[in-house]
Design a protein. Sequence first.
Length: 380
Amino acid sequence: MALGAAILGFASVPAGAEPVGDRVIGALSHRLFPLLDAIGTEPGGVERLKAKPGVAVMLATRAERRAACADDLGCITQAMVWTPSETATLATAVPAGTAYADDGSAAQAKREIEGINVVLRTFGLGQVPRYPQIDGAGPIDPIEVRARLQAADWLSRTPRAGSAQALDTSVDFALALLDVSDRTDAIGFDPLMGGLNAAATRRARSLDWTRWRYSAMIVTGVGPETPDAALSPFGKYHIRLAADRFARGDIAVIILTGGRAHPRGTRFTEAEQMRAALIERYGVPADAIVVEPYARHTTTNLRNATRLLAALGAPLDKDAVIVCNPGQSETIASAAFAQRNLAELGYVPGQVGRRLSPTELEFRPSPLSLRIDPRDPLDP
């Protein structure tokens, strides 16, 4: 291992040659760390940031901490974790005009650094994630753990075009950890408005949103717990509710939201399965359906549905309606759910309004949902 690290761990690009780009890692970097990614791709971006007060000294301290670990992979991974003071130094130095969220570039930089820490701790150090049944790496043989860490270390120090690794290798170390763990979920369905959503996207361009009582019907997911089940029992109930509600004719589009989450490692994406059932069983036209295939929780069901509404050009000051089973509907309407959103997302993704029936609630989406938050690296 030590010899391999010496040969491969410090790869360099020959004079006059350019480092190669990695389309998967590049897309993942852009999705998870848009601000840091922009600094890495902008000519002179890294150098300008390093020139800010305190940044060069802080980065040198981090490099020394990593070098002191020699070939100890656990130590290297821990050394990559950003301390609160290091995070604050970098966030303060990011140019104020580089805004990637409504709350500014410093707040976004802080989220991205904290996202790196989440990846390092969850996929590198074995920390139990918030939802261990579906998140994280799961049970792994110790030999495989070592192989992933070694590969991530080598990859993080192998030049990549457009990378922010010249700023700090923890950026590419985190991206490589997700890649070698086969958890590039965050880009699994890009481009999202193409593919299964292409027909609805085209239709949305000509929609007069004022004609409709509701901009969308948001149909939430309930993942199965049986590995070979395409749709859960509740999921089948949800699509019947959706077909009945859509037949009233006052909803512009249907947003089906649910990712590849339950059970861990399932090959089925809930939104895709709900779409197929709505078309095949109920004759709902494909251009009226938009799939949101990333969400793994009810909080992100609503957040991601809001993002899709924005992508379709729907007005966010118009109500949508949430359709789901009575138990989930009651949960969404509760004060506890609002608190859960604040705890997990940092905001509520929209205002839950009237409960029209045991299975329907009005929902006014919030533009706060557009913030990219890599502290959930599988669905930022």
